[in-house]
Design a protein around this ligand. Structure first.
Ligand SMILES: [Zn+2]
Length: 315
């Protein structure tokens, strides 16, 4: 009896099984991963390289956006994401929120059928209800008169939050903690924990002991920075007193280095970089921190799986 074809098929069957299992485990691994994408790493001044502050965190299937600066929706669209599951605001400075009407209304036009959920400091609810008022003509037209878009898709569920756990879904937990943004109160940073991985986002802050406390044990710490030397050389319309105020609201590279050293994350990353181009950012940080460090750029993504992988540029 010729057994060759049977052997052949047995081999094929085993190979198919191995491949299927490999695909299954790869899928499972991905479902456990936490992925962070810097959509905008800039500051209030327009820049084509650094859009307004905004960070996407993907935990399994869930997509959460942290801040919504200028161009956030365009960056999302660049990485082929049309909808997010929620928006968390660090504070209500315009450079962190100016992209909200675009995210809210355009993603409705692009097909959102459920309300946009927004969490943020005191004043968030009021701001969102005023945005509804500001865009009432467009909402009425698209919902009731012209395109008959789904009414639920333009609704907003906004919540003013305090320090503590603000969102939980299965293995995913989002914790807000107070940071120190000078006179701008309240201002929050966020810690996102998911399936054994974690990332901490500083929001806008000067050196903050509370941030160091909440960031303990985190895998990745993404921190803002303002380099005083480079900032002083920047031509702008501010008076010396106004410039001093800006400096007092943010963290210098040397201070950020101290924060990184105290937290000792597996990876430290700069985002919200002021001014957008700081030639000596790394040398200034190295005075106080010797660990892993990345200077963030728009569309840089960080995958937290079995290892931490950094990818540059568009997906
Ligand atoms: Zn700010």
């Amino acid at each position: 009896m010729n057994t060759a074809p049977t052997k052949h098929w047995n081999f094929r069957l085993r190979l198919a099984l191995v491949l299927a299992l490999a695909a299954f485990f790869a899928q499972t691994a991905r479902a456990q991963d936490l992925k962070v994408t810097l959509l905008g790493t800039g500051n209030p001044r327009p820049s084509m390289e650094r859009f307004g502050p905004s960070i996407l965190v993907e935990a399994g299937q869930e997509k959460l956006l942290f801040d919504c600066g200028r161009g956030a929706l365009q960056r999302l669209y660049q990485i082929k994401i049309e909808q997010v599951d929620g928006l968390f605001l660090t504070h209500l400075h315009s450079d962190h929120i100016v992209g909200i009407p675009d995210l809210w209304l355009t993603s409705w036009v692009m097909g959102r059928t459920v309300p946009l959920r927004v969490w943020g400091p005191a004043g968030t609810q009021r701001m969102m209800s005023h945005l509804r008022q500001a865009y009432s003509f467009d909402i009425h037209m698209r919902r009731d008169v012209d395109q008959n878009l789904p009414p639920q898709g333009v609704e907003i569920q906004a919540k003013d939050i305090r320090q503590g756990v603000v969102y939980r879904n299965g293995d995913l937990k989002v914790t807000a903690f107070e940071v120190d943004h000078g006179l701008v109160k309240p201002a929050f940073g966020y810690r996102i924990d998911y399936a054994g991985h974690s990332v901490v986002l500083s929001g806008d802050t000067r050196y903050s002991e509370n941030l160091i406390r909440f960031a303990q044990g985190t895998d990745v710490l993404i921190h803002e920075v303002l380099d005083p030397e480079a900032y002083r050389n920047l031509a702008n319309s501010y008076t010396p007193a106004q410039r001093a105020q800006v400096l007092a609201h943010h963290t210098t590279p040397e201070e950020a280095g101290k924060v990184f050293t105290k937290v000792a994350p597996k990876l430290a990353v700069y985002s919200h970089i002021v001014p957008p181009d700081v030639p000596d950012l790394i040398p200034h940080t190295r005075k106080t921190y010797a660990g892993p460090l990345e200077v963030g750029e728009d569309l840089m993504s960080i995958e937290l799986g079995q290892q931490i992988a950094v990818h540059h540029g568009q997906r």
